[in-house]
Design a binder for this molecule. Structure first.
Ligand SMILES: [Zn+2]
Length: 81
């Protein structure tokens, strides 16, 4: 995984106002395919189930995510909290 851009500070747009030091990342798989995302997306997806709107710059499309990380073949193992 590669950090692409500068860090900047952003707040979650939902009511929790969680602050994030934001970065843009690129993940490259063994076949050279790449996937880009910004760091706050992990929070938005996990806590709010929000993937950004269709056609927006920072959207993480659930189907693309599943296919890229082969999540339908190897479901992630969640750690107990
Ligand atoms: Zn939030």
């Amino acid at each position: 995984m590669k950090l692409l851009g500068p860090n900047w500070l952003t707040n979650c747009p939902f009511i929790d106002y969680v602050g994030h030091t934001e970065s843009e990342y690129e993940v490259i798989d063994g076949n050279g395919r790449s996937y880009h995302f910004v760091g706050i997306m992990a929070h938005l997806i996990e806590v709010h189930g929000f993937f950004e709107g269709r056609g927006t710059e920072y959207r993480v499309d659930p189907d693309e995510l599943i296919n890229f990380f082969h999540l339908n073949e190897n479901p992630p193992i969640r750690q107990k909290k």
